[in-house]
Design a protein. Structure first.
Length: 228
């Protein structure tokens, strides 16, 4: 009686467990996350920290036995190093201190919003204890400070005046007062025609050393000394 023998050779079929597949996927996600963090950090101007993120990404693909640690310990080390780099990156990424150009009353300066350029002169300032808003009298325990300015469209076509970020006041105690309201003339700004704009602020009676702050599309804000 003859038997058919199947020649399977010496090869052993290895089946990957679900745990192993999940491990590969998890490592791939960590690798992508570290690389992404490195790219973002380098674009933010932190080259050294960005390179260290790439080093962490490389460590992800190094087998744990090559590092002479267990899988769990390797993961803990990567997490700790990642948080250390994140803290370093956050410390180095503190926002730059606001820069200012300084002006006085009646001094002309320019503002740029988008592709439009305006000339502005803060003419004068006055205090009132009450103002009319929407045909109603409004009072305050402090003062209403009214800042009047002339604005000129320096372009060659009529445009709508968009202030962008609202102006504010800062006093000598570094208290900041937001815009209470404004009086902007209706219609478009015609080229080279001055329009008067009034800005209203509500401030306490003890406010002094006031600066009128206005920002445009540049990184440098304009600070006008109101002499009050």
């Amino acid at each position: 009686m003859f038997k058919n023998k199947e020649n399977t050779g010496n090869k052993t079929v290895r089946e990957m467990s679900l745990k192993t597949v999940i491990g590969y996927i998890f490592n791939a996600l960590i690798l992508i996350f570290f690389i992404f963090s490195g790219v973002v950090t380098v674009k933010a101007g932190q080259l050294v920290v960005g390179i260290l993120y790439y080093v962490l990404a490389a460590l992800v693909v190094v087998p744990h036995h090559r590092l002479r640690v267990t899988k769990s310990l390797k993961f803990v080390i990567l997490v700790i190093l990642f948080f250390i780099l994140t803290i370093i990156s956050g410390v180095n990424n503190t926002p730059d201190k606001q820069k200012y150009d300084y002006f006085t009353l009646a001094q002309e300066f320019n503002l740029k919003y988008g592709g439009n350029t305006y000339s502005i002169v803060v003419k004068d300032v006055r205090q009132e204890t009450k103002i009319i808003v929407q045909q109603k009298e409004v009072t305050t325990s402090g003062y209403f400070l009214i800042v009047r300015a002339d604005i000129v469209n320096l372009g060659s076509e009529s445009i709508d005046f968009k202030l962008g970020k609202n102006p504010e006041l800062i006093d000598n105690q570094d208290r900041r007062y937001t815009l209470y309201g404004s009086n902007i003339p209706a219609g478009k700004l015609q080229p080279s025609v001055a329009k008067e704009v009034s800005y209203f602020f509500e401030i306490p009676k003890d406010a002094s050393g006031l600066k009128f702050i206005i920002k445009d599309g540049s990184v440098v804000a304009k600070s006008i000394d109101l002499k009050r």
